[in-house]
Design a protein around this ligand. Structure first.
Ligand code: TXA
Ligand code: MG
Length: 324
């Protein structure tokens, strides 16, 4: 199959929507990361997502909608969920609700709950609206690769496996949505909406339970990792001198991801000057540095408030626990 990157215009949106209604899968941009979408009400189409990504089939998918009024067609609302939806949707947040029978089991990995998200992204919304059905979509990367934040990232992973990639440029946030399980008030994944902002509206959220049966099945798989070894530095006052010392110990081709630090003549990759820019650029840097053949990426840690918490979560996962 030939994979085409399509610019956003009326004709291409129509083409992509037709592909969805014909049972195909299409990659599309959102404000967080690119998604790989199918008609959530067509189990055969949904199956193609799992195959294209190489994703385990017990890992459920988020349903994307273009209008909050659609939520009640697919899920049961609660007062708790409504508070979150009123304030943060559209936006980089996913709510987990009890599903209605119309949602196929393949979408939810057999769970009785479903994840619902309305992106704050004009082009994503016009695409979903043109389809006229809920679009279930995981991130449009090969499983375990960093999530795609540009159409070229999707192309690199899925070329030949899907017909269309809608190109909306770089994703603004650059990290995935925050996931709140509204059935039991639990924060399942840190993401684009900071935990503190949600807690200001609904009070303290439960932390993800430590159990052998993860409530959020995706969390048990290795994620977000480039091929290079990733090291994460704890953000202490002497962080930069510790990073320099660690760099000097490394034999392979090594680089430092930094928020404007200076490291003499060592290899550095600037991720911007704010935590938001770091989040926006992280996955793109991981992919680029892999292409450039780096064997080790040493990342500066950041303060864990606001989007910093989601960023530290992704960095910790990518490091596979190599935190110093
Ligand atoms: O920002 C995002 O959320 C992006 C864009 C494309 O919307 N999507 C995304 O999807 O990151 P994905 O599949 O890569 O991650 C969704 C996570 C997975 O860890 C999955 O296990 C979890 O959400 N999830 C989905 N439905 C769930 C449910 N009913 N209960 C618990 N966790 C669920
Ligand atoms: Mg993903």
């Amino acid at each position: 199959m030939n994979t085409q990157i399509l610019q956003f215009n009326t004709d291409n949106i129509r083409l992509a929507a037709k592909e969805i209604l014909d049972g195909g899968i299409v990659a599309f941009p959102t404000e967080t990361v690119y998604g790989l979408g199918a008609n959530a009400l067509n189990p055969d189409a949904v199956k193609k997502i799992y195959i294209a990504k190489g994703r385990p089939s017990d890992n459920p998918l988020i349903c994307h909608i273009s209008d909050k009024a659609q939520i009640e067609k697919f899920a049961y609302l609660t007062p708790f969920a409504e508070k979150i939806i009123d304030v943060f949707m559209p936006g980089p947040i996913t709510v987990i609700l009890q599903k209605k029978p119309v949602v196929p089991d393949i979408v939810t990995g057999g769970l009785q709950t479903v994840g619902i998200r309305m992106p704050a992204h004009k082009d994503a919304l016009s695409f979903i609206k043109a389809c006229g059905v809920p679009i279930c979509a995981p991130s449009a990367n090969t499983s375990t690769k960093p999530s795609p934040t540009a159409a070229t990232h999707v192309f690199d992973d899925l070329n030949g496996k899907i017909r269309y990639i809608l190109d909306g440029g770089r994703c603004g946030v650059g990290l995935e949505s925050t996931i709140v399980d509204c059935v039991n008030g639990t924060l399942l994944r840190q993401g684009g909406v900071p935990k503190e902002d949600i807690e200001r509206i609904v009070g303290t959220l439960n932390p993800p339970p430590q159990s052998d049966i993860p409530l959020c099945p995706g969390m048990k798989y290795k994620h977000y990792s480039p091929n290079a070894e990733v090291l994460l530095a704890i953000p202490t006052a002497d962080m930069r001198s510790r990073i320099a010392a660690e760099y000097d110990k490394r034999q392979g081709k090594t680089i430092i991801l930094t928020l404007g630090g200076s490291y003499g003549n060592r290899n550095v990759c600037s991720v911007g000057s704010t935590v938001e820019e770091y989040a926006h650029n992280l996955f793109d840097c991981f992919r680029r540095l892999d292409d450039e053949g780096y064997e080790c990426i040493i990342c500066e840690g950041v303060d864990g408030s606001g989007v910093g918490a989601a960023l530290m979560n992704r960095l910790t996962k990518a490091s596979g626990g190599f935190v110093f």
